[in-house]
Design a protein around this ligand. Structure first.
Ligand SMILES: *Cc1c(COP(=O)(O)O)cnc(C)c1O
Length: 366
């Protein structure tokens, strides 16, 4: 393993993929990639980054290798006790011809905070950024043309060492892989229909809702599927104490606008501090909006002029309708809200360097 620590418990092995992935199909059909057929789903790419760290020691230098399956101990901390976290960001082709990342330092910081909460060694910022840039650069043929989507970057940090009792694993893995994704909403933003859940919660005070812990996501899958079966795109989670304040929309942050004042749930530890959330707040302030982080009562949101949710995947998604119990509210006649649209245009044009990056949010990958 060049430059890396030969780990006992986890090593990558070349394993033939059973399913004929887009990669094989593309290789057979030549170098042309049909960008228009990309959806927001996983496509295998060429290369990935991997590094190891023993509990109580420093991270060893990582290395790039071909994308391949992992070999892992059945007693690994991550598959027994969910000791792991993920990150997510996009690399895109920008108007100046470069490939750019959006605020990757914020993902690096969030991963360090999450690692500490989960008893894992934090990955230093420089190592995190180097890993991301290398992975994007060695998969650059997979970055879609501007406007056709993005290369989704997925860093993982997890307990790969074997441990039987419930305790931090003796060894950790930091891995970065990428997948090209099409635009979240093909054919422009379409307003979504959401349902407020009175039955399920995403996070509780003192828990792990504020970090991207892998264990936070499986419990939301069934509630989300149930809502989808009934025609909703996602569910809105309320706080677990008062069952009254909006927390998040699936895995995205919530905003509402009333009389030109923009409100978003304050970060109390149960809400994931989104990079898109903080960018939207800063942008809105720079445009002269009043932006307030506060407890957002579901009844206040139901009387708002406009609601939207934000996250890396969709950037900004306008909410057309919310159902809560017997109440159903439609916003902006079911059309895309004007504030969501304005912020979406501004944010995506900064991300793609179609307008000046006055905040210094983009970072080039050579
Ligand atoms: C990742 C995530 C978000 C959005 O964060 P971004 O950094 O904007 O992508 C919001 N909520 C949850 C629960 C998340 O996991």
């Amino acid at each position: 393993m060049p430059g890396g620590l030969p780990a006992q418990s986890l090593k990558a092995e070349a394993a033939p993929s059973e399913v004929k992935g887009v990669r094989e199909v593309l290789e057979e059909s030549g170098p042309e990639i049909d960008w228009d057929s990309l959806t927001f789903s996983f496509t295998e790419t060429d290369r990935m980054y991997i590094a190891y760290c023993k509990q109580g020691e420093e991270w060893q230098p990582g290395s790039m290798q071909d994308f391949q399956n992992l070999s892992i101990s059945p007693a690994a901390g991550v598959i027994n006790y969910g000791q792991g976290l993920f990150e997510g960001m996009k690399a895109q082709h920008a108007a100046d011809g470069s490939i750019v990342l959006f605020r990757p330092q914020d993902n690096a910081r969030r991963s360090r905070e999450g690692a500490r909460r989960l008893g894992m060694p934090p990955v230093p910022e420089k190592m995190f950024l180097d890993a991301i840039k290398k992975t994007v650069s060695e998969n650059s043929r997979w970055v879609p043309p501007m406007g056709k989507g993005a290369l989704y970057v997925r860093p993982l940090i997890f307990g790969s060492g074997a441990i039987l009792g419930v305790a931090p694993a003796p060894e950790y893995t930091f891995l970065v892989y990428v997948s090209p994704v099409g635009p979240y909403f093909k054919g422009g933003i379409t307003p979504t229909s959401l349902r407020v859940s009175d039955e399920f919660h995403r996070a509780a005070p003192g828990g792990s809702g504020g970090v991207k812990a892998i264990g936070n996501y499986a419990p939301g899958m069934v509630p989300s599927q149930m809502a989808k079966k009934e025609g909703y795109s996602e569910i809105i989670y309320l706080d677990a104490v008062n069952h009254r304040y909006i927390e998040e929309v699936g895995a995205a942050n919530f905003f509402c606008v009333k009389d030109r004042v923009i409100s978003t749930p304050e970060l109390t530890g149960t809400i994931l501090p989104g990079v898109t959330r903080s960018s939207v707040m800063e942008l809105a302030k720079s445009k002269g909006y009043e932006v307030i982080e506060e407890k957002v009562d579901v009844d206040y949101a139901l009387e708002a002029d406009e609601c939207f949710c934000v996250g890396t995947a969709a950037v900004i998604s306008s909410i057309g309708r919310i159902e809560h119990g017997t109440k159903v509210v439609e916003y902006c006649g079911g059309d895309v809200g004007p504030v969501a649209l304005e912020l979406y245009e501004t944010l995506t044009s900064i991300q793609q360097r179609r307008s000046p990056d006055e905040f210094g949010w983009t970072m080039s990958v050579e």
